[in-house]
Write a protein that binds this ligand. Sequence first.
Ligand code: ZN
Length: 468
Amino acid sequence: MIAFLVLAALSALLFGLNGEKSEVLMLGDEEMNVEYGSEFVDPCVEIVRTGKVFKFMNETELVPAVEQMTTDTLGKFKIHYLVVNDGEEQRFERIVNVVDTTPPAITVTDPEGTEGGSWMNGFSEPEISAYDLVDGDLSDAVQITHLDGKVIYSVADAQGNEAVLERTPPQGSVAPEIMLTGGSDYTFTAAMDWVEPGYSVIDSDGTDLSELVQVSGYVTPYKLGDYTLSYQLSNSRGDTLRASRTVHVVAAERKEAVIPEQKTIYLTFDDGPGPYTDQLLDLLAKYDVKATFFVTGNYPDYYDCIGRAYDEGHTIAVHTFCHDYRQIYRGVQAYFDDFKACEDLIYEQTGTYTTLFRFPGGSSNTVSSFNPGIMGMLATYMRDMGYYYFDWNVSSGDAKPVQIPTYEVYRNVINGCAQYDTNVVLQHDVKDFSVAAVEDIIKWGLENGYQFLPLQEDSYGARHKIFN
Ligand code: ZN
């Protein structure tokens, strides 16, 4: 009891002697970053009460922010401190940035896959999931890259924090890829038929699965534009390999027409070869004049004239195989089919293909008007595919339903040729009265300073206006 009293007296004395001052300061930075989802530890404002004499009697008090700070929202926040010290109010504030610097977590389930080397026969590809504290499930965004026998998974969250996980799978437990020959961005020169550049899939056990690939989508090979083809292959487990290809159908390069300096006649003969083609070839040989034959498949007995004409330096070009307007102008495909039959006939007889042709009826024909617009379409497609069509600027008049006298054929041709320096003359070598006029036409031409040439890709096309 006595001891207690003594102590109490002593402390009263000490306090009295001590005298106090106090200091208030904010701990930590005025602006601080806190990771999203972490616990916020408030650095607080500190009040230090200091005795003047007896330092051991110092007292400190921590004052937390007024607000209850949470870290479940990204952003910049302000928190406040209110300090009452010696009856005096003091205010402080602090900026807290809730930030996300944590990358997502990638998880690979069953990382070794199932034993066995065949994707087709069912090893399991591991399941990949990715979770980000802020963005949630990012599994669908995981990028998978195969590199040097490794599989690399990568994903980034909205803040750009990237996670990368590398795995070396056991031999034969990586799904094969559909390899596209020619690449996923493919340029194709317009043609009548699409030619798939090819693809292959080799399973991890070495089995060639290429033939099982399903291709969907289409390319209109003669129509300029971009097309998409999809390739896929599924195994019995329902896993699917996919690839896709963009096909750019582009126009073939073309030659510009070159107009000869000398006056020129291009003799052209349609609808043969026929019964009069041989005698025509004899005549052309006699004058060493080269002409152009737009051939058909209508007279099988005379097919060998095509080979002869070609060997003797004449130009062989496509006219039509069947020359049936309703058949060939029925549609684009029908036209191509007929054209190809004629091309093949030429190939059989000459060993070469040609890019030159003449539309049955000419490009200006209206016999095709039962199929509106067909000539415009065909002219565009054929040009884009690299073919050259030729009309005429001088008609012999031999195509009329009734036969005309040979001298009239002659007169039509020379009157026409007299008007122009460059002439594409239309005749038909299946008409004897027309073939009979050729010798006088050649004589007139030679006497009047014309040269006779066979048509080439860069010859004047004498193209008509298209009406259908
Ligand atoms: Zn014809």
